[in-house]
Design a binder for this molecule. Structure first.
Ligand code: OSB
Ligand code: MG
Length: 388
């Protein structure tokens, strides 16, 4: 399934740019605390950035893959290879001069690898926007200057007690909604404890990352019991391809179902919504192959009265800047996984995103509005994919 080649009509035109250079920059950044989900435990990000030189400007994009293919089939080594051997050669096969909106179309012949192609789209767009002196948020049609911040809380090593301590801390900091990771065996008891701790009014949701088996009666019993807790949503209980199972149980539960891993493009989103499998969609620009596809999904959901929010992949400031610009667009009506830099890293690669009154400010500079600081990339592995 390739994304359609036509650019989203609502995006303003940008002057074409000539690509001078494309480089991969890879650097490890430790997380402030281990992040455990049903699919694994991460203690650092293996960050892969794309740097583009075009029209006298430098553009950046972040490949949001996980190091191992456990969230979806993409992984960071694979992304680096497909960028080097396929995506970048294909991007310039018809010449190095291109409009930023042309990137998805030029890459249309390559199947999948959406996180890799999304980062390339953002990097080229960032360069083009910087050359034009325009903000990404304005280019996308952002309607607010700050976005409400939620926080995604991993399964803590210390169990329920530590979960409660962490959540109390995040609420003290001002986060406006809490998303807790669950898995079979760590679901009902921790969520009951959390609901007890925060009271009935705090916006509480859970994310299973596809860990539940719809054919397992004990798994279903746990999800049925969670349905009593007044959760804002249950994110991706079953495997990505189990749309029918999501629909069947969504019809029984009062908790709205949000899909993440199931949604690769606008067709998946429309299909899931029309089949009753999703009441809410988590849009991650990497997972769906870029900003243009993200806005298509937003448009399709808006037309069907389905709320969307901006998910995250533990991005550094580079990826976060693009997420925050997207989250500022019309239709992103629920708080996203757009947390402050210090929730992830002791020192972000860019100027940090900070929580102010439960919100993150949309960057004010041109392009994505953030650049990685040179000193933070000392020792990074650099691979040139295109040179002058
Ligand atoms: O399912 O939303 C997810 C992180 C990595 C992979 C998948 C997910 C997540 C998160 C963290 O929940 C969101 C964030 O704070 O960036
Ligand atoms: Mg998720």
């Amino acid at each position: 399934m390739n994304a359609p080649a036509d650019p989203t009509p609502s995006l303003p035109a940008l002057p074409a740019v000539t690509l001078e250079a494309v480089e991969l920059v890879r650097v490890r950044v430790p997380l402030v605390r281990a992040f455990t989900t049903s699919f694994g435990r991460q203690t650092e990000r293996d960050v892969l950035l794309i740097r583009v030189e075009a029209a006298g400007a430098t553009g950046w994009g972040e490949v949001v893959t996980t190091a191992a293919p456990r969230y979806n089939e993409e992984f960071t080594d694979g992304a680096a290879l497909v960028l080097r051997d396929h995506l970048v050669p294909q991007l310039v096969a018809d010449g190095r001069t291109l409009g930023a909106a042309e990137v998805p179309g030029r890459l249309a012949g390559i199947v999948g690898h959406r996180m890799a192609r999304a980062a390339l789209e953002v990097a080229v767009l960032d360069a083009g926007l910087r050359a034009a002196g325009r903000r990404l948020a304005d280019h996308l049609g952002a309607v607010v200057d700050r976005v409400p911040a939620g926080v995604s809380v991993g399964i803590p090593d210390g169990g329920i007690g530590e979960l409660c301590t962490q959540v109390a801390g995040y609420l003290d900091e001002g986060y406006l909604r809490i998303k807790a990771k669950i898995e079979p065996g760590f679901d009902l008891a921790p969520m009951r404890a959390l609901r007890e701790l925060v009271g009935p009014d705090v916006d509480l949701q859970v994310d299973a990352n596809a860990a539940y088996d719809p054919d397992d009666a004990r798994h279903l019993a746990a999800l049925d019991a969670l349905d009593e807790l007044g959760l804002t949503m249950l994110e991706q209980p079953f495997a990505a391809n189990r749309i029918g199972d999501h629909a069947r149980h969504a019809a029984r539960w009062r908790t709205p179902i949000c899909l993440d891993e199931s949604i690769h493009d606008v067709h998946d989103a429309v299909d899931a919504v029309e089949r009753g499998a999703a009441h809410i969609i988590n849009i991650k620009l990497g997972r769906v192959g870029g900003l243009v596809e993200s806005l298509r999904i937003r448009d399709a959901c808006r037309a069907r009265g389905v709320p969307v929010w901006c998910g995250g992949m533990l991005e550094t400031g580079v990826g976060r800047a693009a997420n925050v610009a997207l989250a500022a667009c019309d239709g992103f009506v629920l708080p996203g996984d757009t947390s402050a830099s210090d929730r992830y890293f002791a020192t972000d690669l860019t100027d940090p995103f900070v929580l102010e009154d439960g919100h993150l400010a949309v960057p004010s500079g041109p392009g994505i509005g953030r650049v990685p600081a040179g000193e933070r990339l000392v020792g990074a592995e650099r691979t040139s994919l295109l040179h002058p």
